[in-house]
Design a protein around this ligand. Structure first.
Ligand SMILES: CC(=O)N[C@H]1[C@@H](OP(=O)(O)OP(=O)(O)OC[C@H]2O[C@@H](n3ccc(=O)[nH]c3=O)[C@H](O)[C@@H]2O)O[C@H](CO)[C@H](O)[C@@H]1O
Ligand SMILES: [Mn+2]
Length: 362
């Protein structure tokens, strides 16, 4: 067959291949690296050993943990006191983990200790539809108050990248924008967060972060929010139900048909879904759980009363968080400040629900 091909054609083909190869080597260094997505085994107990034997890429994933509490000699801070402290609030849960309030930690000591461990902190926020208007205030105040001096990446999920403002970021701090489709129901956005966050953790965030927070975007930071919040799994008490609410009056999902069902007579606290955090792989497990449970509900034509917040509350009742954060970690501009709230660290803004949501208020 080659014998029948004119020589000029063969010469032409060879020259073309030579030019193409030459061109590839010329531009090779400016091409983005080709990355074949590798599904690392999830680090639950059964796969833990396999995971350590995995490829280089998988080896370090999910490995960050709170380590030795090492402090630099010579650090100046107030002497701790065994006799004085908060007496107006309970600062421990009945499963004996800290319940964090202003006055139960020293920011100087705690930030110093944890900065040594240098976690890469991811903050996942969604700004879909008109909620992009909240990005500026959230990010600007985050840069002033949220884990100052730590490595932080804000993952902004939006349907409108053009609306993401330019913000001056501190050293070691970044913004990553991820694109999601628009939605016609706000319920689909709040629940969709669980789906898109699951996918993004699997495909990207897992390689880039050690610790992850899920947060609402319609809020601003007013004061320090730092290393005292770190733990394997940390959840925030909802400001509306933390003081005098009997467990049977918590707005848990009460319909047995839903996967988020909690029967009467059970319950510790009511947690908000607007701020929660933990080790990357713990959060992955929990975000995915909320996603899968809500999918099950959808098959049965039911949507939990407070969407992912209901699934989160069920999970946290039977899988206790290792740190509980007081409502200082999510207050609201709607509410009068109670005497026990000495510092508001982050607060939900007043918003016109009917105007800002695609399908109106409630
Ligand atoms: C303080 C508190 O407990 N907040 C919870 C409460 O939220 P809220 O009443 O504060 O809900 P919300 O309107 O802030 O929605 C939650 C979040 O979803 C995103 N979003 C929502 C709608 C939209 O059109 N575009 C968009 O981007 C945005 O990041 C927003 O902050 O109830 C929701 C579920 O019902 C979630 O459990 C919230 O975490
Ligand atoms: Mn909100």
């Amino acid at each position: 067959m080659l014998r029948n091909t004119p020589k000029s054609h063969i010469l032409f083909a060879c020259a073309f291949i030579a030019i193409a190869v030459g061109f590839y080597f010329y531009i090779k260094d400016s091409l983005p690296p080709i990355r074949i997505y590798q599904d690392c085994p999830s680090p639950d107990l059964e796969t833990q050993t396999k995971n350590t034997e995995g490829s280089e890429d998988c080896k370090d994933q999910g490995k960050w943990k709170i380590g030795d509490l090492v402090m630099t000699p010579g650090l100046k801070y107030a002497q701790p006191n065994t006799q004085q402290g908060r007496t107006d609030v309970n600062s421990v849960t009945n499963w004996n983990v800290p319940l964090v309030w202003e006055g139960t930690f020293d920011p100087v000591v705690i930030d110093e200790i944890y900065r040594e461990m240098d976690p890469r902190i991811a903050v996942v926020v969604f700004a879909v539809g008109k909620y992009t208007r909240f990005l500026k205030g959230f990010l600007e105040t985050g840069e002033k108050f949220f884990f100052v001096g730590f490595r932080v990446t804000y993952y902004i999920f939006t349907d409108n990248e053009k609306e993401v403002p330019e913000i001056e970021m501190g050293t070691g701090r970044n913004i990553t924008i991820l694109s999601v489709p628009p939605a016609s129901r706000w319920q689909d956005v709040v629940l969709g967060r669980m789906k898109w966050a699951t996918v993004a953790i699997e495909q990207q965030i897992r390689d880039e972060a050690d610790y992850l927070f899920m947060m609402d975007i319609d809020s601003v930071f007013y004061n320090r929010f730092g290393a005292e919040s770190l733990s394997r799994l940390s959840a925030v008490l909802h400001r509306g139900y933390y003081k005098n609410t009997a467990r049977d009056s918590f707005p848990y999902e009460r319909r047995p048909l839903s996967k988020a069902y909690i029967p009467a007579g059970e319950g510790d606290y009511y947690y908000t879904a607007a701020v929660w955090g933990g080790y990357l792989e713990e959060m992955y497990k929990l975000v995915k759980y909320c996603y899968e449970q809500s999918q099950e509900d959808a098959k049965n034509n039911i949507e939990a009363v407070w969407q992912e917040e209901s699934h989160l509350n069920r999970y946290l009742l039977y899988n206790k968080p290792t740190k509980v954060l007081s409502p200082e970690y999510l207050w609201s501009d709607y509410d009068k400040v109670s005497a026990d709230i000495k510092v508001i660290r982050i607060s939900q803004l007043v918003k016109n629900y009917a105007e800002v949501r695609p399908n109106g208020g409630n």
